[in-house]
Design a protein around this ligand. Structure first.
Ligand code: NAD
Length: 488
């Protein structure tokens, strides 16, 4: 790819334009070979009636250039619009969200004061999980959300974590999960983690349950190097890590995909300080440095990073951090000081001195259709039953009684559960129920069942019960495709 590299730039909302303006000025002062194509995305676009929060020209620019450098953006609340930030990550398949948290001299934290350095990278799955936002009110007072974890999606993000560790000489990758409770979803993520780990024998791999991870991150943070997690858990854990290194002002992030990647700060639009020229541009600047390194522009990144680190070491700070006895700088002055400090070397902890490498980045080839990611071949899939989810204010034993006369077609009512806890045929009288049950029916062992038989069966029962949804029970290969109810 020839230089300069053309990137799409969206300044964002709130403090976005202020911090983007100074970051680009720092890049220009360092003569970084980038060309900017400014695009319209964010709050104003929603208000102008663009339901995706961007103009068609903005979409075309990102899909042509393959790189979006963005400021934080606001999605209007309560108008049913989906977050522009999440939409951008999802529609452009940026499957890995990489967030780097490193102690910075000049940014005091509990850990820096105790002499414990922190250098943790969180790689968060960026597309799936509950962020699909597929939610339904299944009764008037029960809401249900679907959680998607796929083998292909897990493979992409976990492979990225190991590849990144290999390239950067990192010795250990940890998988954070909750597979002890969510055996199908987190269980699949963990299974894929160990499959991929085998391809990287030189890197140590281990696992940790996410609640234990949260505790260990605040008690022994330097035990971790790279942690890969599913989307929601990764989101929460990465904010926790931001707290370890001084807050959101020091948390950069890259959303990496095979064709398109997005670089942005972790923080939001900070409406409380917008327009005052007092925001801290460090997080966006550090996200920009991740972008320069992604392009192989190591020397440019090192020059800017060393100037930033030197500036922080001198006690220079914006109003959100630093020594309160030293007057804070506004956004513009903070950036100007960084520019003036080009060529200075920080005393403690310099940027890695690596020569520029030829960029591997390529603007995306324009696909003519969406891509179906490969799935594992399956020897056999057998339908063995069905879960019928129903709305009812009856007790489970009353529901079972009502259904008895209808159950002559080779299906057996195996159990009834409420909020995932079995309440029939056995259970505890202390289990409190809501008006949404799962009825599990299994077919006779020798029956050859098709999906249509299950739908016909549900139709017969629907005269007696109010069905809200149906899920088939299958054996995939030799594994059950469904979880058991608590107490079953
Ligand atoms: P926020 O990150 O905007 O602000 C939280 C607190 O941190 C505020 O007190 C703010 O002043 C401070 N802060 C944040 N960034 C700062 C900076 N660079 N310098 C100094 N102080 C800073 O979070 P929020 O208030 O929950 O969200 C505000 C808006 O931002 C919402 O509309 C939200 O949806 C959006 N948001 C966008 C993104 C994104 O674009 N990726 C991420 C998070 C939130």
């Amino acid at each position: 790819m020839s230089l300069p590299i053309k990137i799409s730039v969206a300044k964002g909302d709130g403090i976005g334009p202020e911090i983007m303006e100074v970051v680009l000025r720092i890049f220009d002062a360092a003569k970084v070979p980038l060309e900017y194509e400014f695009i319209d995305m964010g709050k104003n676009l929603f208000e102008q009636g663009f339901s995706s929060g961007m103009t068609p020209e903005a979409k075309a620019s990102v899909e042509r250039n393959g790189i979006l450098f963005k400021g934080p953006m606001e999605t209007p609340k309560g108008k049913g619009m989906k977050s522009i930030n999440v939409t951008a990550r999802k529609v452009w398949s940026t499957f890995a969200n990489r967030r780097h948290f490193k102690s910075l001299h000049g940014v005091d934290t509990v850990f820096s004061k105790a002499g414990i350095p922190i250098d943790i990278t969180i790689v968060r799955e960026n597309i799936e999980d509950t962020y699909g936002g597929v939610e339904h009110m299944v009764t008037r007072d029960v809401a249900v959300g679907r959680r998607f974890i796929s083998r292909a999606g897990s493979e992409q993000v976990i492979r990225y974590a190991f590849e990144m560790a290999k390239k950067e000489g990192i010795k250990k990758v940890t998988c954070g999960h909750k597979a002890n409770i969510m055996k199908m979803t987190d269980g699949l993520f963990l299974e894929v983690f160990y499959e991929i780990a085998e391809e990287y024998p030189e890197i140590k791999s281990n696992e940790i349950i996410v609640d234990d991870l949260a505790m260990k991150l605040v008690s022994k943070p330097n035990e971790f190097q790279v942690v890969v997690l599913t989307n929601l858990q990764g989101d929460i854990i990465s904010d926790l890590c931001a707290g370890l290194v001084g807050g959101l002002g020091f948390a950069p992030s890259a959303n990496i995909g095979d064709s398109i990647s997005i670089f942005e700060a972790v923080h939001g639009t900070a409406p409380d300080i917008a327009g005052k020229n007092i925001a801290n541009p460090t997080s966006l600047l550090m996200s920009g440095l991740m972008m320069l390194r992604y392009f192989g522009m190591m020397q440019y990144a090192a020059t800017i990073e060393n100037a930033l680190l030197y500036t922080l070491e001198q006690g220079i700070h914006t109003g959100d951090f630093g020594d309160k006895n030293i007057p804070s700088k506004n956004t513009t002055d903070f950036a100007n000081i960084i520019i003036n400090n080009f060529g200075q070397q920080p005393k403690k902890g310099k940027a890695k001195d690596i020569a520029n490498i030829p960029t591997m980045f390529k603007a995306p080839l324009q696909p003519d259709k969406q891509k179906m990611m490969a799935s594992v071949a399956l020897e056999k899939e057998t339908i063995v039953g069905v879960d019928l989810f129903i709305e009812s204010e009856l007790l489970a034993s009353e529901i079972a009684e009502i259904l008895k006369p209808k159950l002559r077609q080779g299906f057996k009512l195996v159990n009834i559960s409420n909020r995932g806890t079995q309440v029939w045929p056995t259970g505890s009288k202390f289990t409190e129920c809501v008006n949404h049950y799962a009825l599990r029916f299994e077919a006779r062992k020798d029956a050859e069942i098709e999906a249509a038989d299950m739908f016909a069966f549900a139709t017969v029962l629907s005269s007696k019960i109010k069905i809200t949804s149906i899920e088939l029970l299958k054996i995939l290969g030799d594994k059950k495709s469904y979880s058991l109810a608590q107490g079953q």
